[in-house]
Design a protein around this ligand. Structure first.
Ligand code: 5GP
Length: 201
């Protein structure tokens, strides 16, 4: 039987650059799969259905909840977001490491269901950099911006509950650190005991 893959949960405030880090980590290793979330939020310019998110209507989303197709789901900034349960289970069972990029509430919900999940928190180096990045993105109205900043501060307070905190200052460094964490997690003794067991056969 194939070894099960690892579930990697990545969170961090808006403006931490999680999306870029995650896509770089995923593209560097064919054993990593990104779990494309489902959302009721409207696509932003340049976002592609099935790549960034599966964009759904509220009634389609409710249908997925009803059919228990979501591992977790949350209302984030007034829109619903959820993790595709079947994709995650299927990929893990086929030996892939699955990366979720989800908010802190969703992350803790996943950790409860799957305690083996590896939790990584990505943060910018300072509050000033965080605000600059959010303003620079210019996709939000001033009200949305204010709310996102407030939410970001609340999310940062939860970083201590994660297994790892990584600063996204220099992108390449951050990508390497996240990849190294995943690699190290595979080498935890509890996940490698079969290697040792082989010696006693
Ligand atoms: P955005 O609208 O900027 O793409 O995402 C807003 C927030 O929703 C981010 O913190 C992102 O990590 C989170 N998010 C994206 N997908 C999911 C998901 O499937 N579940 C949960 N709980 N949060 C998600």
């Amino acid at each position: 039987m194939k070894d099960k893959g690892l579930l990697i949960v990545i969170s961090g405030p808006s403006g931490a650059g999680k999306g870029t880090v995650v896509s770089r980590v995923i593209s560097a290793n064919e054993k990593f799969k990104f779990s494309v979330s489902v959302t009721t939020r409207a696509p932003r310019e340049g976002e592609v259905d099935g790549v960034n998110y599966y964009f759904k209507s509220m009634s389609e989303f409710e249908h997925m909840i009803h059919n228990k197709e979501l591992l977790e789901y949350m209302d984030v900034y007034g829109n619903f977001y959820g993790t595709n349960k079947f994709f995650v289970e299927d990929m893990l069972n086929n030996g892939y490491d699955v990366v979720l990029e989800i908010d802190t509430k969703g992350a803790f919900a996943v950790k409860k269901i799957m305690p083996e999940a590896v939790m990584i928190f990505i943060t910018p180096e300072s509050f000033d950099v965080l605000s600059e990045r959010l303003v620079g993105r210019a996709t939000d109205s001033p009200e949305q911006l204010k709310r996102r900043l407030g939410e970001s501060v609340s999310e940062l307070k939860l970083a201590a509950k994660y297994d790892y905190i990584v600063v996204n200052d220099v992108l390449d460094t951050c990508v390497n650190q996240v990849s190294n964490i995943i690699c190290s997690e595979h080498h935890r003794s509890k996940r490698c005991l079969d290697i040792i067991d082989n010696f006693s056969k």
